[in-house]
Design a protein around this ligand. Structure first.
Ligand code: UD1
Ligand code: UDP
Length: 354
């Protein structure tokens, strides 16, 4: 029996294709949701749209400090794992559930499978970097999305035989979905799409104010659609920062199909999301990244991404480049082909009996 542990929006999108492929191969599995993301549009909508069965366990931890989230997840997960004793625990990406799951499983002697291993921003100020490093350090099997991830793991002394380059599992879901998504009518015929949720951008009042000012400037060139993450919404409200503009349409977070459709038809994306960097590279949509570094350098070196840091002048310049068709073209990295979950399951099936 294999258990999956997920907690936050990007996890659900990585979970869906793997559960589907494991079902096809009759591997018995159960899903544990830590409950970190709990709003309908941050959680349930993905289970429904992506056809993931209801989690077998929901630990219901909700929001709080990192210590609270990790601590609560550890305590509640420990109870589940002690009772059920799965053969493996699969953890995804770099969220707090990934860290908590790793610590609990390694102490119980349950082998950990880390999906999306090896990514590094080399920025220890980023909570996810710590989560990734711990998960990779203790994982029994590490599935990586790109060559740079293998290099990072080898440089940290992780033994090569544990590492499997399988490609990007987010692209599995994206490929499956692109066939189902139609070009719905959008509010604007041409627009840029915005998502923001990194603490480094939205938890600092001055930074958030500057970003909002920059978005207002961009909206004079082209309207923007901004499905807003709850973290960002809470902070804008707290600091009474107003984004009133007829050229910026703010919505609640949207479901996956709607988001992919918005992304596919956008002139560009302005984002600090890891997953959106990857999806835009795959769909060849220009991606302006409001971060100083990225754990996904391939989206900048090979894909359509540009790291802008806090240079909002450059943001405007890049938007102008895009609108005048001067922006770079990208290419899709190897193994971002929709078959990552198949490769993972093949490795699991071949190795499980040993
Ligand atoms: C988490 C992940 C981050 C990931 C992001 C994806 C960690 C350390 N961070 O950050 O890596 O990129 O998810 O979206 O695990 N909130 C709601 N409703 C919800 C979820 C959150 O209102 O359904 C609010 C919470 O009250 C909280 C804020 O949003 O104040 C932040 O939520 P939290 O889960 O702590 O972190 P994220 O920023 O979502
Ligand atoms: N996404 C979504 N609805 C939204 C915003 C994003 O479905 O309103 C999807 C997006 O397509 C991608 C994933 O959420 O698959 C990215 O998650 P997020 O940006 O929250 O986290 P990160 O990837 O930065 O960890």
């Amino acid at each position: 029996m294999i258990f999956h542990l997920v907690g936050a929006r990007p996890n659900f999108i990585k979970l869906a294709p793997l559960v589907r492929e494991m079902d096809k191969n009759k591997i018995s599995q159960k899903i544990i949701h830590s409950g970190q993301h709990f709003d309908k549009m941050m959680s349930e909508v993905f289970f429904k749209e992506l056809g993931i069965r209801k989690p077998d366990f929901n630990l219901g931890i909700h929001s709080g400090s990192h210590a609270y989230q990790v601590g609560q997840t550890m305590i509640k997960l420990n109870e589940v794992l002690v009772k059920s004793r799965p053969e493996y625990l699969v953890v995804y990406g770099d969220v707090n559930a990934t860290l908590a799951g790793t610590l609990v499983a390694v102490k119980l002697g349950i082998p950990i499978i880390h999906v999306e291993a090896g990514l590094r921003s080399f920025d220890m100020g980023m909570p996810e970097e710590i989560n990734r490093i711990v998960a990779d350090r203790f994982a029994h099997t590490l599935f990586t999305p790109s060559v740079d991830a293998n290099e990072n793991l080898l440089a940290e002394g992780i033994s090569e035989d544990k590492i499997h380059l399988v490609g990007n599992i987010m692209i599995d879901m994206l490929q499956l979905s692109l066939n189902q998504i139609t070009g719905d009518k959008k509010e604007f015929s041409e627009y840029g799409l915005v998502t923001l949720h990194r603490p480094s951008n939205v938890d600092d009042r001055l930074t958030l104010t500057s970003i909002i000012d920059a978005l207002r400037d961009i909206s004079h060139h082209i309207p923007l659609i901004f499905p807003m993450h709850p973290r960002t919404k809470i902070n804008l409200k707290k600091w009474r920062i107003s984004l009133n503009s007829s050229k910026i349409k703010i919505t609640d977070p949207v479901g996956y199909f709607d988001f992919v459709s918005l992304q596919r038809h956008a002139k560009f994306v302005i984002t600090d999301s890891g997953g959106v960097q990857e999806e835009s590279t795959f769909m060849q949509i220009p991606c302006l990244i409001l971060r100083e570094n990225t754990e996904r350098p391939i989206t900048v070196e090979r894909g359509t991404g540009t790291l802008l840091g806090y240079d909002y002048g450059l943001l405007e310049t890049k938007v102008e480049e895009i609108l005048s068709d001067q922006y770079k073209m990208g290419s899709v990295p190897e193994l971002w082909d929709g078959n990552t979950s198949k490769r993972i399951v093949k490795i699991l099936v071949d190795g499980l009996g040993q």
